[in-house]
Every structure is written in C-alpha cells, then in structure tokens.
Design a binder for this molecule. Structure first.
Ligand code: ZN
Length: 217
C-alpha cells in the first residue's frame, strides 16, 4: 500500500502505521526517522540537516523533500510505504505530489484519523517517558505505568513527564496542528484520495483502512 496518515498529535498515527506495516510489510516513514537516520549515517543531506539542527533551526522543506526522495527510492519501499506525519503543510503536500509524479508513484489513500480532543488530551497528559536518552521507553500512568517509585522498567532511569506533554503545551500543539494541517484535508479531498476514519481503537482503525483500500481497487 502507499498511503499517508493524517491526524493530530496523539491521534495514534504511529501505532496505526506500525500495525499496517506488519500487515503487508509496507515501510513506515516519518520525517523524524529519516532525519535521525541521515544524520547518524552522515550522508550529504544528513550533514546539511545537522547544521540546521545544531543551530536550533528548522530543517527546510527543500532538504526534507530531498531526503524523502532518497528514502522512497530505497529497496524496502518497493512493497509500499506509509507516510506518518508528513506532509504537514500545503506547500509540503504540493512538493510531495510533484515528487511522487516524478518517481511514478501513485498514492492509494490518504487517511485522516479523527479522534476527539478530550481523548487526545487524556492520552497525552497521562504519557510519561524514560529520561534515559538511549532508552526513551514510553509509559502511561493509567494503562502502562512505570515502577511504583517512578523508574523505567527497562533501564531503571527516572520516568518523567516531558515539558511538551503538559496540558498547556498539548493544547498549543493541537491548535498549531489545526491551523497548519487541517487545510490538507481539503487538499486531499480535492485529489479524491481522502478517507476520514473515526479512530478510538488502533486495531479497529486498521481494519477500516484495509476495507477502504480494497474498496478503492
Ligand atoms: Zn528506560
């Protein structure tokens, strides 16, 4: 499958993408992963990106798109790909469209995960992360708590609430998302690719995506 997953932070894109890639071995691709890999491998583009990151600047779209171009041509993408959290803005979506045309790749579907705001807030404010940079195991105070004294079960480091996961920070992120990314829904609707899926349960969502994929063929 070749799909794009849209959805607010905390909508469960990563989990859904993971389940989908297990299903038919399509590769899950996020810009964060591509960036980290390119920087770690020290590729030409990775080195350029690192300069921006070291200065605390955003990596420009043009560079991200060139990394995306390399990534989409890698062998493992032949089985398909699931773009998780990219594109985020209309200009990125337009650039991506041009790129896919140049690579002769067509998208099957753009899935918009619809999750009520209260559910997202509850999910993200209950999230805790292991403070060990090499571990970063994710916990949830309700469904998957760390040890009783707040330590990571994997490595024993303290488990913390990240600054960007306070209720205020999350509300801000959701507002930014709505402002920048909601226009994408209209963009892909016009392209005839959009499928809105009300999503509270990842497994159920995956079933619905599979159904939508078969219906489109
Ligand atoms: Zn840990």
């Amino acid at each position: 499958m070749r799909i794009i997953l849209l959805g607010a932070p905390g909508a469960g894109k990563g989990t859904v993408a993971n389940l989908l890639s297990e299903y038919d071995r399509s590769v899950q691709i996020s810009t964060g992963d591509i960036l980290r890999a390119a920087v770690k491998e020290g590729t030409g583009l990775g080195k350029q990106a690192k300069e921006y990151m070291d200065r605390g600047d955003l990596v420009p779209d043009s560079l991200i798109l060139r990394m995306m171009e390399e990534r989409l041509q890698a062998n493992d993408c032949k089985k398909g790909f699931i773009l998780d959290g990219f594109p985020r803005t209309i200009p990125q979506a337009e650039e991506l469209k041009t790129l896919l045309e140049r690579l002769h790749l067509t998208l099957d579907l753009v899935v918009n995960l619809e999750v009520p705001k209260e559910v997202i807030l509850d999910r993200l404010t209950t999230r805790r992360t292991c403070s060990n940079p090499d571990c970063q195991t994710i916990y949830n105070v309700k469904s998957n708590p760390p040890t009783r004294d707040g330590k990571c079960k994997v490595c024993g480091w303290p488990v913390i609430q990240r600054d960007d996961e306070s209720e205020e920070a999350i509300t801000n992120r959701l507002e930014t998302y709505n402002e920048k990314t909601t226009p994408l829904i209209g963009f892909y609707q016009k392209e005839g690719l959009l499928k809105n899926i009300f999503s509270l349960n990842s497994k159920e969502t995956v079933k619905n995506i599979k159904k939508a994929l078969t219906a489109g063929k």
